[in-house]
Design a protein around this ligand. Structure first.
Ligand SMILES: [Fe+2]
Ligand SMILES: [Fe+2]
Length: 135
């Protein structure tokens, strides 16, 4: 049973972003199932896969924002950078403490609400802006 239903994730006006958001949900759900009794190494691998996906997903959005000279680029990129730094810090803590409860609380109370909110706000506006650019 997935913790996040991919169908509940808001759709934006650019397919490449929707594909990335669907991939993020898949990786998060794999992480949740690893946390449910999986080995520490499996959880670490899922965390690293999620981090790497975020890096690539955010970079694709940033590349498009630069290409079209999106005015609030630095605001959107700043939020991506903040989340990547926070997630890296959480992975470092996880590698020393291996505290499953703490990681679960971070994922459910910080990452999941952030993800939905970020898509509903910055990603939605960015995708709309990109979609209105002349080809
Ligand atoms: Fe996104
Ligand atoms: Fe974004």
């Amino acid at each position: 049973m997935p913790v996040i239903d991919a169908k509940a994730i808001p759709q934006v006006a650019m397919d490449f972003m929707n594909d990335d958001h669907e991939e993020a949900v898949t990786l998060l759900n794999q992480l949740f199932s690893a946390l449910d009794g999986g080995e520490k190494t499996a959880i670490t691998q899922c965390l690293e896969a999620f981090f790497q996906h975020n890096q690539e997903h955010f970079a694709r959005e940033e590349e498009e924002m630069v290409r079209i000279s999106f005015p609030p680029y630095s605001c959107h990129k700043g939020e991506h950078d903040r989340v990547l730094a926070e997630l890296r810090e959480i992975i470092t803590q996880w590698s020393t403490e291996a505290d499953r409860e703490k990681l679960m609380v971070y994922l459910t109370e910080t990452v999941v609400p952030w993800f939905t909110n970020h898509i509903q706000t910055m990603d939605t506006v960015t995708a709309m802006f990109i979609s209105r650019q002349p080809a």
